[in-house]
Write a protein that binds this ligand. Structure first.
Ligand SMILES: Nc1ncnc2c1ncn2[C@@H]1O[C@H](COP(=O)(O)OP(=O)(O)OP(=O)(O)O)[C@@H](O)[C@H]1O
Ligand SMILES: [Mg+2]
Length: 287
């Protein structure tokens, strides 16, 4: 398995040395478990690309909006245009309640926009049936949440394997891929640790490994360092940097100026309205 950014791979126990996994692991409803998209179910980006799609654009929002029905209705995301290109590292800032998670959930195909259009990798997601949206998400997007969402009685490796539970991949290969993902985030020495025996930063890196294991091209993180001390946060930021250097497109919601400083580009939301940080644009590191 090729995971971007695994250059920092530390030495870790070989996959064969791992104990056999216990009975079938059942997904926890609180865990982001993605069903097997099935190659046939996936729209072909080339075939379905709409005219006018920006070259190399991963995310294209055109007047995309999301209003929660009331009463009174909440205009959590006002009509928004946003293009994110392959390999970009975008930070999203803004006060509490400004619409950051709403935006991330739209981009992550968790929620549908209530207005406007969203193209992912050139595919217009509007007309897609729910199963096709889920398939697209499972194949191309990794999601990392602030609260980790790890199962407490499963090891780091088993937690990562949960993201593949519906895939047709044989268990041995799932384990090898989970170990690879954990190596890629610098956790080769914690493969069999339970979340309760890990630091906050290590838990968050398990959550990142779980988001990576299906090899997404787009990684979306909601406050990945929000619950972490500064040393753990720095380690998570290094992990994100390495992944981005390996080619993954990153969108990271953060209140942390240290995280925003590492991004190429940053945007701010206020009352559901997006603005681009022009300073960052001129000093960023566009690829
Ligand atoms: N399911 C919902 N139903 C109704 N309103 C909602 C729902 N989810 C979010 N909202 C409202 O939408 C607005 C944007 O919420 P959102 O969660 O996107 O904010 P946020 O910027 O992520 O905030 P935080 O920094 O606190 O996580 C808020 O006013 C929130 O109360
Ligand atoms: Mg939020």
């Amino acid at each position: 398995m090729k995971i971007p950014g695994r250059r920092r791979r530390p030495a870790g126990p070989a996959a064969e040395a791992l104990p056999a996994q216990s009975a079938d692991v059942l997904p926890d409803p609180g865990v982001e478990v993605l069903p097997d998209p099935g190659a046939d179910a996936l729209p072909d980006p080339g075939a379905d690309a709409l005219p006018g799609a920006a070259v190399d654009a991963v995310i294209e929002l055109a007047a995309a909006a999301r209003t929660y029905p009331g009463p009174p209705p909440v205009h959590a995301l006002r009509p928004t245009d946003l293009t994110v290109r392959r390999g970009e590292y975008l930070a999203v800032a803004g006060p509490s309640g400004s619409g950051k998670s709403t935006l991330l959930n739209v981009i992550g195909l968790v929620d549908r926009p209530t207005g406007g259009h969203y193209r992912l990798d050139g595919i217009d997601t509007g007309p897609l049936a729910e199963a096709d949206r889920t398939a697209l998400r499972g194949r191309r997007i990794g999601l990392v949440f602030q609260a980790f969402h790890l199962l407490p009685y499963r090891t780091a490796t088993e937690n990562v394997m949960l993201a593949q539970v519906y895939l047709a991949t044989p268990r041995d290969r799932r384990r090898t891929e989970a170990v690879d993902a954990l190596l890629a985030v610098g956790l080769g020495h914690r493969l069999d640790a339970l979340p309760s025996a890990m630091s906050g930063g290590e838990r968050q890196r398990v959550a990142i490994a779980r988001a990576l294991v299906n090899r997404p091209s787009l990684l979306l993180c909601d406050e990945p360092t929000g619950n972490l001390d500064s040393a753990s946060a720095a380690r998570v930021m290094d992990t994100l940097d390495a992944l981005n250097a390996g080619g993954i497109t990153l969108v990271v919601i953060t209140h942390d100026p240290a995280v925003a400083a590492r991004a190429h580009r940053s945007i701010t939301l206020r009352d559901g309205q997006l603005s681009e940080d022009e300073t960052k644009l001129s000093t960023g590191r566009p690829r």
